[in-house]
Design a protein around this ligand. Sequence first.
Ligand SMILES: NC(=O)c1ccc[n+]([C@@H]2O[C@H](COP(=O)([O-])OP(=O)(O)OC[C@H]3O[C@@H](n4cnc5c(N)ncnc54)[C@H](O)[C@@H]3O)[C@@H](O)[C@H]2O)c1
Ligand SMILES: [Zn+2]
Length: 350
Amino acid sequence: MLDMEKIKKITVKASGEYDVLIGEGLLDFSGELIKNVASPNKIALICDDVVDYLYSSKVIRSLERANFSVVKFVFKNGEKSKNLNTYAQILSFLAQNKLTRSDLIVALGGGVVGDLAGFVASTYLRGIKYIQIPTTLLAQIDSSVGGKTAVDLDEGKNLVGAFYQPSLVLCDITALYTLPQKVFNDGMGEVAKYAVLDEKVYSLVSGDVCDLFKLVYLCVDYKRKIVEKDEFEGGLRKLLNLGHTLAHGIEKLSGYTVAHGKAVALGLIQIMKSALKRNFIDQQTFDGIMNVINKCVGEVVLEYSLEDICTNATTDKKINGDELTLIMPYGIGDCRPVKIKIDDLWGYLA
Ligand SMILES: NC(=O)c1ccc[n+]([C@@H]2O[C@H](COP(=O)([O-])OP(=O)(O)OC[C@H]3O[C@@H](n4cnc5c(N)ncnc54)[C@H](O)[C@@H]3O)[C@@H](O)[C@H]2O)c1
Ligand SMILES: [Zn+2]
């Protein structure tokens, strides 16, 4: 039996209201937890090959115990699969298996699976329900919540997508125990972003012990507050893009071999340097964040020139006309948007 007392629940009140459950052992109970929010005939489980090997049989067992009939689609792990080709293959798979509007998609995996499966859910039959079961740190603290779904184009990251909220998010902390150190550290890059945005996350990660359960809870709760106020990124939600304009440039330059979380950490370092130089933040704040990045992400080395990164960042979605909104830190828990001309990006940061 699942002990609900030990599960933390965060309810996100966006265009659809849904719960994010955080606990241990949720994968084994995914069937009964899903039964509380949906009653599909069929479930399409979508995952990558690594997660398939590690967790799909556990989840399928639970889904079948709850009397769901399950079909499974597996694709090759990695950002390179987050494209229109895989998207089209999944759509065909759903149609061949005759999934209807009353059926359900379950995204089991990291941010790549969640973004891809979520985008499929937003468009298949003009939208069917989906549930996120994130299995990476990055996906649990960030990508599974808030309803941003997308695939990449050769021209840039996340250029095709939709805002489409899931019906439930299940964060099983025990799934994080099998993460390779590198993938875990990549997730910590996104945690470092939250540490600049939110004092509570900052004090948790700058302390001696960092409880994973608390970390996921604090990050999701911070994101909830933002998403509830500005689901479609009219203003406030842009804060979550801290470090991301440069991160997307770095990812693109590397042919998507640099992981998103690591790119966020690298982007964040450049933004912090620029904020220090402009006296937006003092040396102590700068050092504090650098300590957090060193401790959480490890040593990260920028292999590209800032000029090249800026050039490659100009397909970013945060661009409006010839302007882009850069999020700049003025202190821990105090970040503000700054509008600059695209052509001035390098000059502004250099
Ligand atoms: N939608 C959003 O709001 C949002 C926010 C942040 C990032 N993202 C996107 O998320 C993606 C990155 O996500 P990611 O870092 O999770 O990458 P990922 O999904 O590629 O996962 C990283 C690797 O970990 C493996 N893996 C997953 N779970 C595992 C587990 N429990 N044990 C062992 N291995 C496991 C995967 O197979 C993969 O090889 C990027 O595409 C990024 O753009 C989206
Ligand atoms: Zn991100």
